[in-house]
Ligand binder design. Structure first.
Ligand SMILES: [Fe+2]
Length: 437
């Protein structure tokens, strides 16, 4: 079955599966067509200003009060929530990991969530968590919603199907999806196993960055974001709903599927985006701009220009700058950088940072190209070069990222990561030429 999508970012969408199931000219008729219940899902306070006011109206077989019952506690010990400080004994440092191993026991998307870092405070609705998911089985009768934040999913291995109450998103590596806070969904695997990264954003929703002097086009373009058309199932068999709420997990038993929205309209909805449609902008003579030039989506904090989270990619692109050190420069940053690699090779680290791997450069900790990358870049013949077959990304947050015990004790933590800079020699010898021997 092919699922269809509506183009645009933050549009006021409307979609119906049965003719006439979406009320016209009003939200809440006395008796909605087909005997459906009308229900509003609010993603912003009622009184949020026009540009950030987000809500959708759902027309469903049962109202959501019938999709919850008495809750019991549930246990997902590897999914952590900020604040989660002092969870381990590992000293401060720049860290890098090889990929999180695939599980051997049956694991679905929710039980396969392994938190690497947390930042900020979920209860204060600021900050984020960076997770890796690993999974080898589909959710069948289990469903989930997260009250703590929206989820950005960056698949690295295996295609997934997000069956949500507002429609179905098929997602493969190279694409991302964003599921708003509170949305009910389950995840099916289209391949045998799956792995990827998740940013759980506790703060204001991801939005498109202002482009400033770049103008009205390039970077991510609104029409390339795809929101699913309505889809529902009428399934009257035992199901469960799992809820994440202020870092705790709860489960309730249902006699039917909660994925029963026949029609909906509004601007609070899930979407996906193909990273290959990102139109990169960069240096065409010398130097290069800050990596913020590659921001796909940004989640603002209350302070202008200071993101709760930025989602930044390092896509295939031409390097043409003259008399320029072309890789990322050495730097220290007030923001904290969690990086992953979907496929290929990242230009500042030719070895050690592999697809599925992770690096963490926390607030004010120095980083930059490894010694061999520096050697190459300072001796290269600066012809135009295409960086191809690469897709690295960064979750960058204004908050320091706290490692979880899981991350600190993971077997794939690379003990020798900081050695990658050990061979950077002193080149200063008091002459303007320096020592390049
Ligand atoms: Fe950096």
């Amino acid at each position: 079955m092919a699922f269809s999508y509506m183009p645009g970012f933050g549009n006021d969408f409307e979609t119906e599966t049965l003719p006439g199931s979406l009320p016209q000219g009003r939200n809440s008729p006395q008796r909605p067509a087909y005997g459906l219940y009308a229900e509003q899902l609010s993603g912003s306070p009622f009184t949020a200003p026009h540009g950030t006011n987000e809500r959708s109206w759902l027309y469903r077989i049962r109202p959501s009060v019938r999709h919850t019952g008495r809750f019991k506690g549930a246990n997902y010990p590897l999914w952590k929530t900020a604040p989660n400080i002092g969870d381990h004994e590992l000293a401060l440092g720049q860290y890098r990991w090889s990929p999180v191993p695939m599980p051997s026991e049956p694991t679905d998307f929710i039980s396969g969530m392994r938190t690497m870092t947390t930042a900020g405070d979920a209860v204060g609705q600021s900050g984020m968590a960076a997770h890796v998911y690993v999974a080898n089985r589909s959710m069948v009768d289990d469903h989930f919603f997260n009250a703590d934040g929206e989820l950005m999913i960056v698949p690295q291995v295996g295609a997934l199907r997000f069956v949500t109450e507002m429609g179905v998103i098929e997602l493969r590596p190279g694409e991302i999806a964003v599921l708003p806070r509170g949305l009910v969904f389950k995840v099916e695997l289209a391949d045998k196993e799956a792995r990827g990264y998740v940013c759980e954003n506790y703060g204001a929703k991801f939005t498109m960055p202002d482009r400033g002097p770049i103008g009205a086009n390039c970077l991510a373009n609104p029409r390339d974001f795809k929101t699913p058309c309505a889809w529902f199932e009428e399934k009257e068999t035992p199901c469960r709903l799992i809820v994440k709420w202020c870092g705790t997990f709860h489960v309730t038993e249902l006699g039917h599927s909660p994925l029963d929205v026949v029609a909906w309209h509004g601007n609070y909805a899930p979407y996906k985006y193909d990273l290959a449609t990102f139109s990169p902008v960069g240096a065409i003579l010398f130097d290069h701009p800050d990596p913020s030039i590659f921001t796909v989506l940004t989640a603002p904090s209350g302070e202008e220009g200071t993101a709760n989270v930025d989602f930044v990619i390092f896509p295939p692109r031409w390097l043409v700058a003259e008399n320029t050190f072309r890789p990322p420069w050495y730097h220290r940053n007030i923001m904290s950088e969690f990086m992953g690699l979907v496929h290929g090779q990242y230009d500042a680290k030719e070895e050690g940072f592999v697809p599925g791997g992770i690096s963490l450069h926390n607030q004010m900790l120095a980083h930059g190209p490894d010694a061999s990358g520096f050697e190459k870049a300072t001796r290269a013949d600066l012809k135009p070069v295409k960086l191809d077959n690469t897709m690295a990304f960064m979750f960058e947050t204004r908050f320091p990222q706290m490692l979880t015990r899981y991350a600190a004790e993971l077997d794939t933590l690379q003990d020798n990561y900081i050695d990658c800079w050990a061979d950077l020699k002193k080149r200063f010898n008091g002459t303007p030429e320096g020592d390049w021997s």
